[in-house]
Write a protein that binds this ligand. Structure first.
Ligand SMILES: [Zn+2]
Length: 342
């Protein structure tokens, strides 16, 4: 099956009350881990690449990895998403590279660091929606700012500072009306990276009520949770057991994500958990088989460890068992859909 627009997957998830994990890809082992997990669970797939990933792997390698996934798995719908596009130019270059969905993150200026004005955000996001929908490509916007930094992208806010940049539900309503985005990333107190919370989060730092409020106002907009790795203690323990030095930290509990899914969250970004799983597996090989020097002997276990994390998320979010039920559409077919919606 050719890559499908992300909107198809989000719509099916909304109609059937489940959420989709969006996993980041930088190399071959990661896309293989995701696809093996999807095969095992019959899951539709969202893979995403940040600007950093596109630089690291090179667009051509990345594009062909995605095309290989589609060729090898004709029965699984796969959406390819640009994570945190910093400008309309980045989004348009992603579309040229066969991405079927783009995020225009206008919550920050083009430097990817400075919190932007609301008017700037509306302006750049609307531009991307116009251009992307004309090609049938899905658009995710962002309102409010998350804590932390991801691949060099982010205002670098502390958890406390991020609390001042939560998404305003009334503004979200206005934003979606003015821009026409398919999906909206919301800020509810989460941060990118491994160090999200210093203790298991409660409602004063992980403000799920914001999601419920936005969903009430915008029942037809697909909501996106960023920075939503769960940072399982057992993954940190493996890293530390084999020579790592990661401090105590807490992520977003699975049950809170499931609560979000009950209130309109359709896309859940998970990257840190996969990084932790791969790192732990590689450290274990290095610590226990000190004579090993074949990359396949540590990248293979890393791939397997990431696959297991993906299976857990796909199952917990409810996308498992859904791939076969989705009627795929091409970006071309979506062009008419957007024309009719105007
Ligand atoms: Zn993000």
């Amino acid at each position: 099956m050719p890559l499908v627009p992300m909107r198809i997957l989000l719509d099916h998830a909304a109609e059937n009350d489940y959420g989709l994990a969006a996993f980041n890809v930088n190399n071959m082992e990661q896309i293989q881990a995701i696809m093996e997990a999807a095969v095992e669970t019959d899951s539709p797939v969202i893979v995403q690449a940040s600007r950093g990933a596109r630089q690291y792997s090179n667009d051509a390698y990345l594009r062909h990895l995605m095309l290989a996934a589609a060729e090898l798995h004709p029965n699984l719908p796969i959406a390819m998403h640009q994570d945190h596009g910093n400008s309309p130019e980045t989004c348009m270059s992603a579309i040229e590279q066969n991405f079927t969905s783009v995020m225009m993150d206008g919550s920050l200026e083009a430097d990817g660091k400075t919190p932007a004005s609301y008017d700037y955000n509306v302006d750049v996001t609307r531009k991307v929606v116009e251009a992307a929908h004309a090609k049938g490509v899905t658009v995710e916007g962002e309102l409010g700012c998350l804590g932390g930094i991801e691949d060099g992208h982010g205002a670098g806010l502390t958890g406390e500072e991020a609390m001042k940049h939560l998404t305003d539900p009334a503004q979200a309503e206005d934003f979606c009306a003015k821009t026409g985005v398919d999906a909206l990333a919301v800020a509810i107190g989460t941060s990118h990276g491994a160090y999200k919370f210093t203790k298991k989060p409660t409602g004063d730092v992980l403000v799920m009520s914001v999601i419920e409020e936005i969903h009430k106002r915008l029942p037809n907009t697909h909501l996106v949770m960023h920075g939503s790795s769960s940072v399982p203690k057992e993954l940190l323990d493996i890293i530390n057991q084999y020579g790592g030095e990661m401090g105590e930290t807490y992520g977003v509990p699975i049950e809170e994500i499931q609560r979000g899914i009950k209130h309109g969250v359709r896309k859940v970004n998970v990257d840190t958990d996969n990084r932790l799983a791969m790192t732990g597996a590689i450290r274990k090989v290095f610590a226990t088989k000190k004579g090993e020097f074949d990359p396949r002997k540590y990248l293979g276990p890393a791939r397997e460890a990431m696959k297991q994390e993906c299976i857990k998320r796909m199952t917990a979010f409810g996308q498992a068992g859904k791939a076969g039920k989705i009627k795929a559409k091409s970006c071309k077919e979506m062009i008419d859909f957007y024309k009719r919606a105007k």
